[in-house]
Design a protein around this ligand. Structure first.
Ligand SMILES: Cc1ncc(COP(=O)(O)O)c(C=O)c1O
Length: 442
């Protein structure tokens, strides 16, 4: 579909056919998070073709379709399973496939001897399960802790944990009560205006030294929700020391540590789970997005001691449906057979180096950050003040689409790059060339 050595195209977006679909969708679909008028006809690997025949390099979809769009082995496994059974009410009945997929998901999570898996349909639902499981098992503890900049989903429980942008919370009050937010280790723009490591990781220590003494009785806290790398908040990689201190505090006060791997998990950071970069373990692990290569599927992997243990306390309808189970099994097989975790690490190093080269040429790029193929560049008005330049970021984003590169924003002034883990150097070179041009034009 795309020759990466061909000249960079300039598309008129949406094209004539696309325009009609954009109008129809705008009239009928609720307002969501639309980023650009790309009207998709088909998608394969790292490429997307729109209804007007324009071809895009997609550097958004590895977040979800980590094995690439419509990986033939994943598509075949889904088709085959659809012939066997689509739905057997998996929460009520049993199947070899459900047993195997639950075992394999549990095996991804390090450090807990006995685990239980709740199969569900979205990252938000996985986090809701962690809220309910920790409250269920710690009946005197109702409070929850999360971080500023966090994104844990949009259902009312998960949304109460989310604190990435005011727009996600405005007008939805009352939120679920007794959720406390503390600043994350966002070192590029430290909320305390300190510098790591001279700060002695105050953003982590403040939880125990200030909050637990003045605001949050620690023996009332059921769980603390932590993204190993903040996703929606701007692809912020905390120092591992931060994660270690928070983990240690949770352990000492009997608080469940919930590792939200919905965005950072399943290989894209160069480790199967991003928490492995930090060398700590969690009591609950939320898995979603990439684990089904694009099929709606998610899971909560718990320490077995946090299982509900009573019939009817928690369940759902579509958790463990045939398509979801087949997609997870095939995705994990493809990741292993094609060495995609190692590939994400290696391609990520190459991509990071290319982005740093771009930063040398463009003063507007204040920060380049990330791990593996979960990378971002952050636009600033000047490198000294590090003031976010959201307008420039948005203009660059628009020019990228016009020149055939699909990207998503993150945080207030960053662009995130999450190509599928099958991406190669030529795709990365092409993406960097488009970015270079887009920044000059913007
Ligand atoms: C870290 C994290 N947790 C949870 C979610 C929510 O997942 P979903 O949109 O599948 O409900 C997201 C979605 O972006 C996420 O990034």
């Amino acid at each position: 579909m795309l020759d990466t050595t061909s000249a960079i195209p300039t598309y008129d977006l949406p094209g004539p056919r696309g325009r009609e679909i954009v109008a129809r969708e705008t009239a009928i679909v609720t307002t969501g998070t639309k980023t650009a008028p790309v009207v998709v006809k088909r998608a394969q690997g790292v490429l997307v073709e729109d209804v007007d025949g324009n071809v895009f390099l997609d550097f958004t979809n590895g977040m979800v379709a980590a094995t690439g769009h419509s990986h033939p082995k994943v598509a075949a496994a889904i088709a085959e399973q659809a012939q066997q059974w689509l739905f057997i009410n998996s929460p009520d009945f049993y199947s070899p496939l459900q047993a195997e997929v639950a075992e394999r998901l549990a095996a991804l999570v390090p450090g807990i001897a006995r685990k239980k898996v709740f199969l569900c349909n979205s990252g938000a639902e996985a986090n809701e399960a962690a809220i309910k499981a920790t409250r269920w098992n710690k009946p005197t503890r109702k409070r929850l802790i999360a971080f500023l900049g966090a994104f844990h989903g949009r259902t009312m429980g998960a949304n109460a944990l989310t604190a990435s942008k005011v727009a996600q919370r405005a007008r939805f009050t009352p939120n679920m009560p007794d959720v406390h937010h503390v600043p994350y280790a966002s070192c590029y723009r430290c909320p305390y205006k300190m510098t790591y490591p001279a700060c002695d990781v105050w953003c982590a220590r403040i939880l125990e030294e200030v909050y637990f003494k003045q605001l949050i009785p620690p023996d009332e806290v059921a769980a603390i929700f932590v993204e190993p790398i903040q996703g929606e908040g701007g692809y912020i990689v905390p120092p591992s020391e931060f994660i270690h201190i928070i983990r240690d505090i949770a352990q000492r006060y009997g608080i469940a540590y919930v590792d939200d791997e919905v965005q950072a998990g399943i290989g894209k950071t160069g480790k199967m789970l991003a928490i492995e970069h930090h060398g700590v373990t969690a009591d609950c692990t939320s898995i979603g997005k990439a684990v089904g290569s694009g099929v709606a599927v998610a899971a909560q992997v718990l320490d077995a001691g946090l299982d509900f243990g009573e019939k009817g306390a928690h369940s759902n309808t579509f958790g463990g449906n045939g398509v979801a189970l087949a997609a997870v099994k095939a995705t994990l097989n493809v990741i292993r057979e094609e060495h995609l975790v190692e590939r994400a690490r290696d391609m990520g190093e190459y991509f990071l180096e290319r982005l740093r080269g771009l930063q040398e040429r463009h003063a507007a790029i204040g920060d380049v950050r990330g791990k593996g193929l979960m990378l971002a560049i952050d636009f600033v008005t000047d490198r000294t003040s590090r003031t976010p330049d959201a307008e420039l970021r948005d203009r660059v984003l628009e020019r990228c689409f016009v020149h055939g590169l699909m990207l998503l924003p993150a945080g207030f002034s960053a662009l995130r790059f999450t190509p599928a883990l099958i991406v190669d150097r030529e795709h990365i070179d092409r993406a960097v060339a488009v970015l270079d041009r887009a920044i000059r034009e913007a």
